[in-house]
Design a protein around this ligand. Structure first.
Ligand SMILES: C[S@@+](CC[C@H](N)C(=O)[O-])C[C@H]1O[C@@H](n2cnc3c(N)ncnc32)[C@H](O)[C@@H]1O
Length: 658
């Protein structure tokens, strides 16, 4: 009997969730239709793709005239035959007999040669020069990478050609290989084309296509995720079976003249946090950063006119009286359209700025803005007061709602426990907000939003020393909110508590040390100097177990535990990292006893320490010197007793070099 379950999971009879066409189908019929079209596109794609690849390879091979190959081979033979080495040879310059010359002859396709001399630079190589012993390198990164190793998929086969490494035992820890699960551009093209056909030809909505569950990934997971979103992050492959038709705007790029939509789609790609330069950032996902615009103005025309400021020129709106209001007329509708679009994105831009964007006189723009946003359409409950910050007439200022710190009694937290940012939408209350419960401020990366009363609003210090609330709470000062200390780094003397963000490191060099490679100071360092940010792949602690064959075999591990709320986050700088991965554990070179003869502890011998810091909503591990370090000395950390318990110090830790 035919299934009566519909595609959205409702029972037969309730078709309201399906669009008009697809409501004629049952769930089974729709799924079958989806699968049939999916197979059809799959078949077409793979009929086309190998043919196309063959053609490209053929075209790359270039054309040769008959007989040309033989002629060319003859020339090569002549070159290789020492008896005929007349054209390409070493000679001495008769004017300067000590300067050897190399005569090079280039042959064209016809076998004709042109000879010319090349001067040779002599390089003398020290015969005692010793090649560097083998070491493992890794790709450099400047920030940690999330999900570098997918839990049950092996990223690669380590030491695959070394007999002693237990490859099979190691691979038993994984269910698959990462390359079997990774993104496949071909299948993405096929899925996108299937969606297009189902949507445009069979008139099935994107939501209902998702409900068919025929693709591994949802089409629209959020405004920043899903197959359709990802498709816009890549160049689109053009193939005869695929068309880039509009899918009711669901999969299409906005039209070139639709400024607002274009900005919205670009915004989805970039991080909304102005202090973060990362594309596709996943840390600062504020829910309120949806599409641009739609905002209503908060500043009245009247208050703009009364605001303080210099006129931007002779035609500035500030120099214009009321009588000018009826005298402006723009003939070209597209000029008005541009102004409307800009105002829809940023309704409170000042006329002087609008004038620059619209290429129009400032006072004309002001008049047009007054028509588009007459003062009576302003919010009655404007939270900032309609004068914004531009007013000089305090009498007319509304009683604005000042941002309140309602948790003032516990705002100065002595203890700081680095935590994940909270993930719920505001407001932050005891029952559901981890920040509230832990007696700490919400961070920029908290999902509760920038208007949350609990949001940290930056320090007020001019110089950030140990009593600065940011320093005290192991957080770097934030450009934009810590305004007095030059956290932005605009001056020659920027805030010292932003060194990690500014990558203001001391210089180190990596060279041979007692245990493998080590990091050495290339300049004298003072206590408290910043060395770098320990970066790597972000893993959970169970990866330590999964990768134990590799760390035991190499005798090296680059794990660094993170003190997050769950305590199970790790950084692994073995596959990717920067210079900080080479800091060895003290004692490494020397372990001289103290003057009274008592041995020094590891921590005393170390000259660097690691500190977990909250930087721009993310936890980082910064390395700092703890004492003066002379140029040329090795930088040493104390790894802590746990490190050696886990790895077994001395068991397998033969010095890898020396
Ligand atoms: C983070 S790496 C340090 C860089 C490493 N030396 C290299 O060549 O890449 C940590 C590894 O270095 C070695 N190591 C560092 N300090 C050591 C010490 N004091 N004694 C023995 N081995 C040490 C161990 O193999 C350890 O697992």
């Amino acid at each position: 009997m035919e299934s009566t379950l519909l595609i959205d999971g409702t029972e037969e009879g309730d078709l309201s969730n399906l669009n008009s066409q697809s409501s004629e189908y049952t769930y089974t019929e729709l799924r079958e239709l989806g699968l049939r079209i999916y197979k059809e596109v799959w078949k077409q794609f793979y009929e086309w793709e190998p043919r196309e690849c063959r053609q490209i390879i053929h075209a790359l091979a270039g054309r040769r005239d008959p007989g040309e190959r033989e002629k060319y081979n003859k020339t090569i033979d002549q070159l290789l035959d020492s008896g005929t080495l007349q054209d390409s040879e070493m000679r001495n310059d008769s004017e300067n007999p000590n300067q050897p010359l190399l005569v090079v002859t280039q042959f064209d396709a016809e076998g004709r040669g042109i000879s010319y001399p090349l001067e040779i630079e002599e390089i003398s190589v020290d015969p005692a020069f010793e090649a560097h012993p083998s070491y493992e390198s890794c790709p450099p990164i400047n920030q940690s990478i999330q999900n570098l190793r997918v839990h049950n998929a092996a990223a690669f086969i380590p030491y695959g050609d070394e007999e002693k490494f237990p490859v099979m035992e190691h691979l038993d820890n994984f269910e698959s290989f990462a390359w079997e699960e990774d993104f496949d551009p071909d299948s993405e093209m096929i899925q996108i084309e299937t969606v297009r056909r189902l949507h445009n030809t069979s008139n099935i909505s994107i939501t209902n296509i998702d409900r068919m569950r025929i693709f591994p990934k949802p089409l629209r997971e959020s405004y920043k995720d899903g197959l359709l979103w990802q498709r816009f992050q890549r160049d689109f492959l053009r193939w005869p079976g695929g068309t880039e038709d509009d899918m009711e705007g669901a999969c299409s790029e906005p039209a070139p003249d639709n400024l607002r939509e274009r900005l919205s789609s670009v915004l989805a790609t970039f991080c909304p946090n102005l202090n973060c330069l990362r594309t596709l950032c996943t840390t600062h996902k504020h829910p309120q950063f949806g599409p641009f615009g739609g905002g209503r103005p908060k500043v009245s025309n009247q208050s703009m006119r009364l605001s303080e400021g210099e006129p931007c020129g002779e035609e500035c709106f500030r120099l214009t009286d009321e009588s000018y209001m009826d005298k402006v007329y723009w003939e070209n509708e597209s000029d008005l359209e541009t102004l409307r679009t800009i105002l829809s994105i940023s309704p409170d831009l000042f006329p002087c700025q609008l004038a620059d964007l619209c290429f129009k006189p400032c006072r004309e723009v002001f008049v047009q803005r007054s028509h588009i946003f007459p003062d009576h359409m302003l919010y009655d409950d404007d939270p900032a007061g309609d004068m914004g910050s531009h007013t000089k007439n305090n009498k007319t200022k509304k009683k604005g709602r000042k941002p309140r710190l309602i948790f003032e009694e516990d705002s100065d937290h002595a203890e700081f426990v680095p935590l994940e940012p909270c993930k719920h939408k505001g407001p932050c209350e005891k029952e559901r907000c981890e920040c509230y419960r832990q007696k700490r401020h919400c961070q920029l990366a908290c999902r509760c939003g920038v208007n949350c009363n609990r949001q940290y609003r930056g320090c007020e210090c001019k110089r950030c020393f140990s009593n600065c609330p940011c320093v005290k709470n192991a957080r770097e000062c934030l450009p934009g909110i810590c305004n007095k200390c030059d956290a932005r780094g605009a001056s020659d003397d920027p805030c010292v508590n932003t060194r990690l963000q500014r990558n203001d490191t001391k210089a180190v060099e990596i060279r041979r040390a007692k245990y493998g490679l080590g990091a050495f100071a290339t300049e004298d360092m003072k206590p408290g100097d910043y060395i770098g940010d320990y970066v790597g792949g972000i893993l959970t602690s169970d990866h330590v177990e999964i990768l134990h064959h590799v760390t035991e075999y190499s005798g090296r591990n680059y794990f660094f535990e993170f003190s997050n709320a769950n305590g199970d986050e790790m950084l692994d700088a073995a596959p990717v990292g920067n210079a900080t991965r080479f800091l060895n554990h003290a004692p490494a070179e020397t372990d001289l006893p103290k003057s009274d003869g008592t041995p020094r502890s590891d921590a005393e011998l170390a000259n660097c320490m690691a500190q977990v810091l909250l930087v721009n909503g993310e936890h980082h591990i910064g390395f700092y010197t703890t004492k003066a370090v002379a140029r040329g000395s090795e930088l040493l950390l104390c790894y802590g007793s746990q490190y050696w318990l886990k790895t077994g110090k001395g068991d397998n830790l033969e010095p890898s070099i020396d």
